[in-house]
Design a protein around this ligand. Sequence first.
Ligand code: SF4
Length: 256
Amino acid sequence: MGSIPKKSAKSHSEESSERSSNQKKNANYSRERLARIIFERLGKEYPGSASSLCALQHKNPFQLLVATILSAQCTDERVNQVTPLLFAEYPTPALLAKADPSRLEEIVRPTGFYRSKSGNLIAMAEAVTTNFKGKIPKQMDDLVSLPGVGRKTANVILSVAYNLPGLPVDTHVQRLTKRMGLTTETTPDKIEMDISPLLKPEELGAFSLRLILHGRKVCKARKPLCDICPLADICPSSGITVETAAEIKVGAKSSK
Ligand code: SF4
């Protein structure tokens, strides 16, 4: 990163003019083309598959599901500090289903919301044991039937654990796809449906992970680092500040 030279300080009118110029460039691309460019450029910054880009430490789909449930409102680093002990004490869904709630709460407490997370983990493990013979299912409908599992978590399991198509939409993916002009949708489920057809099914998991990593490192919520962003020349939001973010209009031409 950092191959794009730093910009000099600009007046508000210069920033507005530049954004308008970027929106025009952006409008020359179909949404598919724009998604392809973003996928490939971010691939140079964050290379690898969804599985290799996932920061949650795990050795099987069960461990990934547990870690993903714990990652809600918590950093991956904090989750990774907690899971070794948890996996050592409860290595299978059957053992987790029989966990003593107070002991499990004690272990997961550092991840926050520990009572509800502990309850969801036990209920999820019971459902996996009872309904799926102890195996984490590979179908979206089956995954979202598990307590504590929504489409985002299910898509993590599909794309990272099973190398199947899946676009997890978290807060970073929501923010970046809007800023980049890829969608005007505002809810995770609608964003997933809107973005998924733009890329090959097998690319969706890596696309989500690349957006998440870019959102953490460069396209930050409160202060996007557009000066060092490899997408600055095509992004309609390049140069935004938090104050002007609400003014940005989506510039991509709809290809629907
Ligand atoms: S950092 Fe700036 S240029 Fe890069 S994607 Fe975010 S808003 Fe666009």
